[in-house]
Ligand binder design. Structure first.
Ligand code: PLP
Length: 360
């Protein structure tokens, strides 16, 4: 079977470096919030082109903490999309605020700015554009609307490490930006991990306090604000430092694979697009077909694994049915048609040709 992702193969690529990094942490005797996390935070912020980053436990916590740092609380509304990992909505709900879902652009599957303005109410505090599948949301459309309405913008970059909007990396546009290092991500730990990045020192300081009970590192056990415990650990930080050094190359590899898909896939499926001025990093390679389920079965029979990201939009999930009902025609249509083909850092051109051959 050609898998959608291959975590073991990526580990094998950099095994010697990762094993040495893990050994370094084991031998250090320091396992939480030490030199590795501090170094990773600096290296990752530099890589993103922002002034700072704070390592946290996972991407969901990154979003939750970023929202809280921006002052979002019970009674507020936060606008986002329903075509995303449920984590985006879960993080909003964790603050006590209400997620308000708007529809997406059918070409890039990201928040449609035309739908944003009409969803804003006096209770709206923030908007979370999700850079889904590795393609940036329409920031030129979203940012002016948010600014005019006085909304905080928190970028969900969990699927878009290194994606660019008009030559600038995502994560550097909003008030804060949130990353996941879940193992399957373009930059994946060997466990859970996440980060909040940004350019506003005051907001980043608040994120740092929220990450660990409201403590300042130099004043432990003294809570300045009500915080939580969501720390990136030293082992994951050391592993992420190794992988970060390879990330540009891996993203280029994904982009090369996407080009091969684009030339070999049949015209009967809708292929991903990259908007002019955007750099897509193909976290997932998602095609669309009205016959998605039979196509999926055919590929499976030919030895090609596929995924669906995501089969049930968040507004239609049982857990979120208590929210005011919304109709999201584009979201609902694409959920029935999308199919994620194999895409990962160690996939080969030959395997892609095999995947494409399985369509005929
Ligand atoms: C778009 C999006 N947002 C948020 C998250 C949450 O990240 P994590 O799984 O690290 O909590 C994910 C990953 O699952 C994601 O894909």
């Amino acid at each position: 079977m050609i898998p959608v992702v291959d975590l073991r193969a990526e580990y094998e690529l950099v095994k010697a470096e990762i094993d040495a990094a893990v050994r370094r942490v084991l031998d250090s005797g320091w396992y939480i919030l030490g030199q590795e996390v501090a170094a990773f935070e600096t290296e990752f912020a530099d890589w993103c082109g922002v002034s700072g980053a704070v390592g946290v436990g996972n991407g969901t916590d990154a979003l939750h903490i970023a929202l809280r740092a921006c002052g979002v609380r019970a009674g507020d509304e936060v606008i986002t999309v329903a075509h995303t990992a449920v984590a985006t909505a879960a993080a909003i709900a964790l603050t006590g605020a209400t997620p308000v879902f708007v529809d997406i652009d059918p070409a890039t599957y990201t928040l449609d700015p035309a739908r944003l303005a009409e969803a804003i109410t006096p209770r709206t505090k923030a908007v979370i554009p999700v850079h889904l599948y590795g393609h940036p949301a329409d920031l030129d459309g979203i940012l002016p609307i948010a600014q005019k309405a006085g909304l905080r913008v928190i970028e969900d970059c969990a699927q878009a490490h290194g994606a660019e909007w008009q030559g600038q990396r995502v994560g550097s546009f909003g008030d804060l930006a949130c990353f996941s290092f879940y193992p399957t991500k373009n930059l994946g730990a060997l466990g859970d991990g996440g980060a909040v990045a940004g350019n506003d020192p005051a907001l980043l300081e608040r994120v740092r306090l929220l990450r660990e009970y409201g403590w300042k590192p130099e004043n432990r056990y003294v809570s300045e604000i009500e915080g939580m415990n969501s720390r990136l650990d030293e082992m994951q930080a050391a592993i992420l430092r190794v992988k970060l050094a390879h990330l540009d190359g891996w993203n280029e590899h994904r982009r090369g694979l996407a080009e091969i898909y684009a030339t070999h896939l049949p015209a009967s499926v809708v292929k991903p697009v990259a908007r002019p001025g955007c750099r897509h990093v193909y976290h997932l390679y998602v095609v669309r077909s009205p016959d998605r389920d039979s196509l999926r079965e055919k590929l499976r029979a030919a030895g090609v694994a596929t995924g669906i990201h995501y089969p049930v939009p968040v507004h239609q999930q049982a857990a979120y049915r208590h929210l005011p009902r919304v109709s999201l025609p584009v979201t609902e249509k694409v959920a029935g048609e999308i199919l994620s083909l194999p895409m990962h850092s160690t996939l080969t051109a030959g395997q892609i040709e095999q995947v494409c051959a399985a369509f005929s």
